[in-house]
Structure formats: C-alpha cells, structure tokens
Write a protein that binds this ligand. Sequence first.
Ligand SMILES: [Zn+2]
Length: 425
Amino acid sequence: MQVQRLSLPSCTLSPPNVSQSKQLYTKLSRLNPRSKSVFRNSVNRVFKSLTGVRNHGGLVGVRCGVAQEEDRNDGFYMRRCVELARKAIGCTSPNPMVGCVIVKDGKVVGEGFHPKAGQPHAEVFALRDAGDLAENATAYVSLEPCNHYGRTPPCTEALIEAKVKRVVVGMVDPNPIVASKGLDRLRDAGIDVTTGVEEELCKRLNEAYIHHMLTGNPFVSVRYSISVNGHFLDQLGEGVAELGGYYSQLLQEYDAIILSSASVSENASLPASQETGANQPLRIIIASSSSSPIQIPGLTMEPSGKVIIFADKVTTVELESAQKGIEIVVLDQINLNAITEYCRSQGFCSILLDLRGNVGDFEEVLQDGIEHNLLQKLVIEVLPLWDQSGGGNFPIALKSLSKRLEVKNLQPKISNQNVVLEGFL
Ligand SMILES: [Zn+2]
C-alpha cells in the first residue's frame, strides 16, 4: 500500500473559534459550594488534541521536529488560554484576566479561567478539571502563577502539588508581590519553566491591569467618532452599540465611563453594554458648563446602573425625586486628576472618556489629561459618512494643543460598517 506523504499544513494551525459562552462564574456560584465541581469552570472544550486535529483527513507520516513542534504548540495553547481568560471580561477587576490549559500527551486534559476577584485563580480550575491527569502534564498560563497568600492560596503550590512537569507562562506578573517569584518557586521545585510565549497577546489582554499595577493610576482611554473627511461627529455608527458591536464591548471592558451631561440628556438613556451578562461600568457624568438642570433618564429602570455626577461649584444639579440616590461630587474645578483620584479610591483600574454630547464639558478634562500624560489609549471610530456639520465643535483642548503626540501601535478593526482605530499614547 502506498503511503501518502504531505508536507506540512499542520504548522499553521490556529485555534478554532469558540462561541461566546455566558459568564460562567454565575453558573458556578449556583453550584453546591461543598461539591468538588464548584472549582470547575464549565468550559465547552472545542478541541481535545492537536495531534487529533492533525490526523484528521487521513494524513499519514507527517512529522515535525520535537522542539519545533513544542514551540508551535506552546503558542497554540497560550492563545487558547487568552481565549478562556476573555470569558471573564469586565468581571475580574482589579484582578487580571487569566486562562489556564493543562496538556498531557498532546491532549487538553484541563481548562480554566479566573472568573471574578475573590474566586479561585485559573490554575485551580484547570487543575481541578484535569484531576490526576495533571501529573507529568504541561500547564499553560497566560500570566505568571501567584506565589503569595491573598484571598486564595498560591497557585505555584497547587501546580507543584499536582506534580506538573512543565509550566509555560505568557508574561511575568507586573504585580511587585508576584514579579518572577512565582517562576522562581516553580523552578526551585524542579519544574521546567518557559516564559514569554505569545507575550504581546497576553499583555494586550490585561493592558489596564498592567498600567494600574505599574503606576497606581487607572488606565484611561479616549473614544470619539469622526467622518471619513476627518470631522468630529456627535454620534455612534450604526449597530456598534448593539450586541457584538465594538462600543457595546468597550463598555463591558471598562470600570467607569465619563460622559457629558448633554450626551445623557440628549440621548435619553445611559449607555449600557449589550453583551450577555455584562458588568455595566460606573457612569460618571461631568457637568461643568451645563446651566440647565441635569436630567438622567431611565435610572429607575436600571437598578444595576451606578451613576455619579461631578459638578463644579457654579453648576446647579437638580434631580427628580427618583434620582435622589445619585452621588454628586462638587469640585472647585473638574479635571481628570480629580476624577482619576476618585476612581483610584474606589479601586477602579480603567476609565473610558466618551467624547459625545457637549464636548465643551470635556475641555478641561482633555487638556489636563494631555498635559499630565494621563491618557493611555485612543479609540477612534470612523463612520462611513462625509460630513462636516460637526466640524466646529471638536474639543478646543485638542485644537489649541501645541504638543505633538505620538500614537503607537495604531491598528484598525471593523465594527459593522465602521472602521475602529486603536492606538496607544
Ligand atoms: Zn494564583
């Protein structure tokens, strides 16, 4: 019989798409806390074995060098870790999102992710999922395993106890109480440790966490919309605020969103993420130049929506009786420093500055943010419109800015009919 030999499509394998599952931690919290399965993320495993995938289609005699294959597989499983970690998007702050995969003899035997601050870490879920099969297996983790007693015991000890043979880590934890101590502990226990696999992807996953850890400040992004002829637009593109749209996803990712009071009044609703099980951000409404009483619609219908108003001394804030519970902070001057200070005191790691409505409200905030380097990221939505109606109202702070800002790593993505550019300052 003739053996068919083929050379190597398997080298470019990429992980299959996993359909968005619901926030799994909610399921977990309903399980009996005494049951072993409380430590299990019920992940739908979409692939069991790389080897298995390769052998589909009757290919015979396909071989790669062992080291080369291991490297390639490391990337594959790390991307799966990131995919798992993202299932808890918007739920882990101030903790990072982390995913873990346990692989033995080319097969995935355990998977897990960190669902929420205070809950066990990804490694614990994955090890529990793998059970005895974790012995002599390789554990892939998107972030360095912790080596300290926090709200949960150290994951390094769990990995050592499970007798894994090798640990592959996406990135070192910038948290000073972890920083490489986790890797050292694993190496001291005789475990083979590889680090820096799909490092950029893992860093991108936790950009807010990393910034917060390194600086103590929240990660601040500025979002706005423009037309194809470069004019500011006070509107969102069609479909972007609906389920799966970039704006709906953004709201889910941030701890707080800063809005103009005019935007809230004009749109007659508070922006809310439409993603399944999304944690809604704190809505910070700034009312610096508004002379009319602020109307906050829909609040009584949204018990989960937390709202806070920052007003300066000259602004009158009159709320209807149903809105009396809203916290109002009066400041001498509304600036980004004051807002980030407030967010820091609340333990928030990320803020989205949403430039809509009366952009004059943002003048001080933007000026302050740029002058003091408080802005980390830009999210610019380009709508498929040639329109200069809003051309005169781009924030003055940006118009009069003499400072030239370099935008790093500018990348486009598509959301419905719109192009969304993301870059870092
Ligand atoms: Zn841990």
